[in-house]
Design a protein around this ligand. Structure first.
Ligand code: G6P
Length: 367
C-alpha cells in the first residue's frame, strides 16, 4: 500500500513525529526490560575477542558512527575508527585481526558503503550492519545484521532512521562493553533504563515544535548558520548543519565547540545564528564558555539545553529550547529532534521542496 503523509504537510514532518514509536520499536529488539540487559541477535563469532572497531557510513549515518565512537570507547574501552565510506574504500586502510567492521545505512544500498563492506569482508574482517532495509544488499552480506525498525523513510533527509540507528549503536556499545568485561550489571541496568526512557524524552522534545516554528523565520533570513557541540553532541552539530543545508539551502557548519576559536569565530557577527547543543553534564561549562566568546562578538545564540542549563546560561540568547533532563549518553537521541524540527521549519519558511530537495537522492547507489 502507498505510504501516506496522513495529516502532516510533509513526509519529513511525519517521520520526525514517528520517532517515539519507531525508536521504542527498535529498542524492543535489543533490550530485555525485565533482566535490565541489552541483547543482540545470535552471532557466530565471539564479541569478547574483538579488539578494535571500524565504523563506516555516508551522510547522516556517518554521524551515528562518530557518536558510536564516543560510546564504544567510553563503555567498552575499545579503540574505534570512523570514516566516510568514499574515503575509506580508497585509502588502503590497515585491518588488523580481531577488528569488527560496522556499516551504518538506512537503505543498505549506498554504493560507497557497500564497497567498503565488501573490502572489509575480503580482508577477513567480521562485519556487522546497522541497517533499515532488511532485504538490502548490505543486510544480506553482513555477518551480523542489526536491524533498525524505523519503517520506510520517504523524506530524502534522514530523520527517524538516524535516531533508530543511534538506539542500536547504543545497544551495540553496551553489548561490546559486557563482552569485554567492562560493565557491571548495575551499570548496564542503568544504561538500559536511560535507553528505555528515551522514547518518552523524544516525545517531550517534540512538544517544542511550535516554539521552534516561531523562531524559524529569524534563521531563514540568515546566510550562514553555525552549530556547536562537544562530545557526542559534536557529531550532532554536524548533523544539524547537514540537515539545514540539505533542505533549506542555507550554508551551515557544525563545529566542535572547542575548535571555534581556531577559525569559525572569525565569521561571527550579529548576522550569524549560532545553534548551541549543550545538555547539562561534565562538558556543559566548557561549551558555554565557547558560546559566551561568540556572544561577546555579537552572535545570535539559540541555546538547546535542559532547565538547569538554560537557568545557568540562557541569558542574552535569541531563543532557548528546553529539552527534558536526560543522561548525557542519550542526549544525542533526544537533541536530534529540535535539530530536525529547526531545519524543517526553516525550509518551510523558505518555501523549498522539503521532501525532495534539489540535487539530492534518497539512496546514492552510484559512486
Ligand atoms: C543520501 C541521503 C542521506 C543519507 C545518505 C546515506 O545522501 O540523502 O539522508 O544519510 O544518503 O544513506 P544510507 O541509506 O546509506 O543511510
Amino acid at each position: 500500500a502507498a505510504i501516506e503523509k496522513g495529516n502532516h504537510a510533509h513526509f519529513m514532518l511525519k517521520e520526525i513525529y514517528e520517532q517515539p514509536v519507531v525508536v521504542a520499536q527498535t529498542l524492543r529488539s535489543y533490550l530485555r526490560a525485565v533482566e535490565q540487559r541489552v541483547a543482540m541477535p545470535q552471532m557466530d563469532f565471539d564479541l569478547g575477542a574483538i579488539e578494535r572497531v571500524v565504523i563506516i557510513a555516508c551522510g547522516t549515518a556517518s554521524y551515528v558512527g562518530m557518536i558510536g565512537k564516543y560510546w564504544i570507547e567510553r563503555f567498552a574501552r575499545l579503540p574505534v575508527e570512523v570514516d566516510v565510506a568514499s574515503e575509506y574504500r580508497y585509502r588502503d586502510p590497515v585491518l588488523p585481526l580481531n577488528t569488527l567492521g560496522v556499516v551504518v545505512s538506512q537503505s543498505g544500498e549506498t554504493a560507497d558503503t557497500l564497497a567498503a563492506l565488501r573490502h572489509m569482508k575480503a580482508n577477513g574482517v567480521t562485519t556487522a550492519g546497522i541497517i533499515n532495509v532488511p532485504t538490502s544488499s548490505m543486510a544480506r552480506e553482513v555477518d551480523l545484521l542489526l536491524s533498525t525498525h524505523a519503517g520506510p523513510e520517504i523524506g530524502v533527509a534522514s530523520t527517524k532512521a538516524f535516531t533508530c540507528q543511534l538506539a542500536v549503536m547504543a545497544a551495540l556499545s553496551v553489548n561490546l562493553a559486557r563482552a569485554k568485561g567492562k560493565l557491571t550489571p548495575e551499570e548496564e541496568a542503568d544504561i538500559v533504563t536511560q535507553l528505555t526512557e528515551s522514547p518518552a524524552a523524544i516525545n517531550a522534545a517534540l512538544a517544542h515544535d511550535d516554539e521552534i516554528k516561531a523562531m524559524a523565520g529569524t534563521i531563514a533570513g540568515a546566510r550562514d548558520v553555525l552549530y556547536l557541540g562537544r562530545g557526542p553532541d559534536y557529531p550532532l552539530a554536524l548533523e544539524g548543519a547537514l540537515k539545514l543545508k540539505e533542505i533549506s539551502y542555507i550554508h551551515a557548519e557544525g563545529y566542535a565547540s572547542g575548535e571555534m576559536k581556531h577559525g569559525p569565530i572569525a565569521l561571527i557577527d550579529d548576522s550569524v545564528p549560532l545553534i548551541v547543543l549543550a545538555p547539562s553534564g561534565p562538558l556543559f561549562d566548557k561549551t558555554v564558555s565557547n558560546m559566551q566568546e561568540a556572544q561577546a562578538r555579537g552572535a545570535q545564540v539559540v541555546l538547546i539545553s535542559d532547565a538547569a542549563g538554560i537557568a545557568q546560561a540562557g541569558e542574552n540568547t535569541i531563543a532557548t529550547i528546553e529539552m527534558p533532563q536526560v543522561h548525557p549518553l542519550i542526549a544525542p537521541i533526544v537533541y536530534a529532534v529540535p535539530v530536525q524540527l529547526l531545519a524543517y521549519h526553516v525550509a518551510v519558511a523558505k518555501g523549498t521542496d522539503v521532501d525532495q530537495p534539489r540535487n539530492l537522492a534518497k539512496s546514492v547507489t552510484v559512486e
